[in-house]
Write a new protein. Structure first.
Length: 176
């Protein structure tokens, strides 16, 4: 009797696992998070804060909190395009991969996690001395069912952090 009950339990468990795995295949394998803020400051000033990672310690909460552990790499033009630090026992690396007139692209790498592509745009607003800073984040997920289901909630979990960073950038550039 116990063997039969165990067998039925195992069949139901295996069926549930197969169902969840198949269902997760219909969930997208990348998640985009976007936040924006209007800043009452010149576009050049805002872009200067974004294009040099050493300036991020003025406004980016992670850089403010872990600034003692940060190791910045210098580029030929004297700006910092890379940064490494340890947080919660893991190595983190931020690397600016591209700059244009109004956009900075950076990749955040963390041990044991997928890379996160960050694109920050500074868009001038018409008939105004203000700009809109827009932070787009693209997170690629693995095929694992638990990671796909985590992807459903990732926007709510990480979005607040990006919003806090943009508001901190706004406060810093408007007041300094």
């Amino acid at each position: 009797m116990n063997l039969r009950l165990f067998k039925q339990f195992f069949i139901v468990l295996a069926g549930l696992f197969i169902f969840i795995t198949l269902f997760s295949l219909f969930i997208p394998s990348s998640v985009a998070v976007t936040r924006a803020v209007v800043i009452n400051a010149p576009a050049e000033k805002v872009f200067n804060e974004l294009s040099n990672l050493q300036n991020w310690k003025h406004w980016q909460p992670v850089f403010i909190n872990d600034s003692a552990n940060m190791r910045f790499g210098k580029s030929e033009d004297g700006t910092s395009n890379s940064c490494e630090w340890d947080s919660k026992g893991r190595k983190n690396k931020m690397l600016i991969t591209g700059k244009s007139d109004n956009m900075v692209t950076a990749v955040l790498s963390r041990e044991g996690e997928n890379d996160v592509l960050n694109t920050i745009r500074v868009l001038p607003l018409t008939n105004s001395n203000s700009v809109q800073a827009e932070w787009n984040v693209l997170i690629k997920l693995k095929w694992y069912p638990w990671e796909k289901f985590y992807g459903i909630f990732i926007e709510k979990i990480t979005g607040e952090g990006y919003e806090a960073a943009l508001n901190s950038l706004k406060n810093y550039t408007e007041n300094n």
